[in-house]
Write a protein that binds this ligand. Structure first.
Ligand SMILES: Cc1cc2nc3c(=O)[nH]c(=O)nc-3n(C[C@H](O)[C@H](O)[C@H](O)COP(=O)(O)O)c2cc1C
Ligand SMILES: Nc1ccn([C@@H]2O[C@H](COP(=O)(O)OP(=O)(O)O)[C@@H](O)[C@H]2O)c(=O)n1
Length: 225
């Protein structure tokens, strides 16, 4: 079920609270829910009124006690929320990175035929000539990257010799940058330390994702399967 943006977020929170309190398949009283969640009764009364008007809960009154059942529409709404969250692949980790400009060397290396041929073969596209640099600010995120690199088997582009000069191998890993599927590359010989990721893509990412130096991006660290 697609979630309408008119759905009240309080209703979603209320339904989650009901289910956490054991109300997925049986009625829960207002008092029990207040006790379980610590949400004041008057607040719950208001939230239940909204949810009832929307058809997301069913009220059953016995004496002074009000019981609530999650309706079929309420369950469908929560399933819609779950689908929204779980759509797409599950990243191994998710970190933040900051865009910065380097010395312009990425464009040179990414233009070399010896690399371009292999990128096309392994990734199925001809990358934009350059690497988008991301600085990882937090220590825990740097640690996540180190663990990710250890865990995921890389695609390896071998080194080669061209015009008498030797170029090193490059390890490649899949990533999503602000939701866009791209690849992180780790050249065997590189200037940067563990706090920098270089990202390649068929597109000019600055243009496509409207990025400039200092912007913070979301990086999903993925595996190949
Ligand atoms: C595909 C690729 C291959 C590279 N191979 C080498 C290499 O063989 N030797 C080297 O000194 N640096 C190599 N580098 C690393 C660059 O020297 C540099 O660390 C990196 O690309 C960052 O450059 P920038 O931020 O100035 O653009 C390579 C970079 C890329 C993208
Ligand atoms: N897929 C890519 C690769 C590089 N770039 C950008 O293209 C420019 C040239 O890349 P580069 O690697 O030579 O430059 P620097 O990383 O040294 O700044 C830089 O501004 C990169 O950030 C991009 O927008 N999208």
């Amino acid at each position: 079920m697609a979630i309408s943006n008119r759905v009240n977020q309080r209703t979603v929170l209320l339904l989650i609270s009901l289910i956490q309190s054991g109300g997925r398949d049986k009625p829960i009283s207002l008092s029990d829910l207040a006790e379980f969640t610590g949400i004041p009764k008057p607040t719950l009364v208001r939230w239940f009124k909204e949810a009832e008007n929307g058809g997301y809960v069913i009220r059953a009154v016995k004496g002074k006690r009000h019981h609530f059942i999650v309706s079929a529409k309420g369950l469908a709404l929560l399933n819609g929320v779950c689908e929204l969250i779980s759509s797409g692949e599950k990243p191994i980790e998710r970190i933040a990175g900051e865009v910065f400009t380097g010395l312009g060397e990425g464009a040179y290396y990414m233009s070399l035929e010896g690399y371009r041929r292999e990128f096309l073969k392994h990734l199925g596209y001809e990358p934009f000539k350059g690497t988008l640099n991301l600085r990882i600010i937090s220590k825990s995120a740097i640690y996540s990257v180190i663990k990710w690199i250890e865990k995921v088997r890389p695609v390896i582009v071998p080194g080669f010799t061209e015009s008498g000069r030797t170029f090193g191998s490059v390890r490649i890993y899949p990533v999503r940058l602000n939701g866009e599927l791209c690849h992180a590359i780790f050249p065997e010989r590189r200037h940067y330390n563990a706090d920098v990721i270089e990202v390649i893509s068929k597109d000019n990412l600055r243009r496509k994702l409207n990025l400039k130096d200092g912007d913070i991006v979301t990086v999903d660290l993925l595996s190949w399967d």
